[in-house]
Design a protein around this ligand. Structure first.
Ligand SMILES: [Zn+2]
Length: 391
């Protein structure tokens, strides 16, 4: 365990983890701590080998005095991350920097809480005892990434529409099933942490991830922190109201972005447009690409709603970059033009300068986000440690 959980030590560790290797001066600048405080906070972390001093980058050796860099010792601890979807579990075992060492996936027989927890327990046992990862660092914690209104502080899934769960104390249940210290997090936020550590958000002071698929959500990273919201909800762009929307959303409201642009919403509207009640998403994509005007209009309207959601994120937090991901990017060709157009029309002033990129990220990346959240939790716990959250 960490020798100290003093706030300054946690801050230094966090900064080096997400942005390192860094010189002490850079840690000072990024944390806002004094140079003396950084040295004091680093000492126990160095002593217990959570971080180490490494030489300067190759090109900088000759330039002036040699600056040693602080880096996280990746092999110091291992983690497991799990992404829960409506029908599958994706699992990844990582080192302290959330670098993947092994992955597994399994289909779910049922969405019943008990059987999902049991399946997680089985999968985690397989990945922690598998021969392929015998030399991997000891697993110190588990992070579960799951969609919906998820409270990482209490470990409770308040509501997850796609699993039809309400008020599930998932962290405690998974902890009992695996024997591992467990944190849970909204899946898009977990993915955003993974992108911040080693993805398209690395090194950026602010960015957002907007995911399009079964659900539509956003992870917001502002000033180096992924926003969790005071009550566990933040970045729910899928539930922004869209002008003229009349379809019912999974949240019970009418006219949300998700009710127009989520996978199931597109399938339902395409069925109506094509007059075929058995139409699948693949059929809808094929028809739209083939020039079926009525079905193409469904995708165009979805793209308008998405463009509005993306512009709203840009207007609210002014990120350097917005990463568009999720299963929906597989047919981004049907969205691209309209998203660009709506974004350009709705983004205010310089918010238009935000870099929009499309990045397919498989569910293993979302699971890796779960592991990253577990690693963060080791340093700055969101839940009481040592099982005291039980009961
Ligand atoms: Zn909604």
């Amino acid at each position: 365990m960490l020798p100290t959980q003093a706030p300054a030590a946690a801050q230094v560790f966090h900064t080096v983890l997400a942005h390192g290797p860094l010189s002490r001066a850079e840690v000072t600048r990024r944390t806002g701590l004094s140079p003396g405080a950084v040295t004091k906070a680093s000492a126990p972390l160095l002593e217990d080998e959570w971080i180490e001093e490494i030489g300067p980058p190759p090109g900088e050796r000759a330039a002036g005095r040699p600056a040693t860099l602080l880096a996280v010792r990746a092999a110091r601890a291992g983690f497991v991350g799990v992404k829960v979807t409506a029908d599958e579990l994706f699992c990844v075992r990582t080192d302290l920097t959330a670098r993947p060492l092994a992955t597994r996936r399994v289909e779910l027989d049922s969405q019943d809480v008990g059987s999902v927890v049991q399946a997680i327990g089985k999968l985690v046992r397989r990945i922690t005892t598998g021969p392929a990862v015998r030399d991997a660092p000891h697993v110190e914690g588990l992070g579960v990434a799951i969609s919906g209104d998820v409270d990482g502080h209490t470990g409770v899934v308040h509501r997850s529409p796609f699993l039809n769960w309400q008020g599930v104390p998932l962290a405690r249940l998974v902890e009992e099933a695996t024997g591992l210290q467990t944190v849970i997090e909204n899946d898009v936020r977990a993915l955003t942490v993974a992108e911040q550590w080693s993805g398209a958000g690395a090194g950026l002071s602010s960015f957002a991830v907007v995911t399009v698929g079964t659900g539509i959500g956003a992870g917001l990273s502002i000033g180096g922190n992924v926003v969790t919201g005071a009550h566990g909800v933040a970045g729910e762009v899928g539930h922004l109201p869209v002008r003229g929307g009349e379809r019912m959303c999974t949240c019970g409201n009418v006219g949300c972005v998700e009710s127009i642009a989520a996978t199931q919403a597109i399938v339902e509207q395409a069925r109506q447009a094509a007059g075929d009640p058995k139409l699948t998403m693949a059929d809808a994509v094929r028809l739209a690409r083939g020039g079926n005007k009525a079905v193409l209009a469904v995708f165009t309207r979805a793209a308008q709603a998405l463009g509005l959601a993306i512009a709203t994120v840009a207007n609210l937090i002014g990120p350097e970059r917005i990463i568009i991901s999720g299963e929906g990017v597989a047919f981004y060709d049907l969205y691209a033009e309209q998203i660009r157009e709506t974004f350009a029309a709705q983004a205010f002033g310089a918010a238009k300068d935000c870099d929009l990129i499309v990045r397919p990220l498989p569910f293993e990346e979302w699971a890796r986000g779960g592991a990253a959240v577990a690693a963060q939790n080791l340093v700055a716990p969101t839940r009481p440690r040592n099982g005291s959250a039980r009961g």
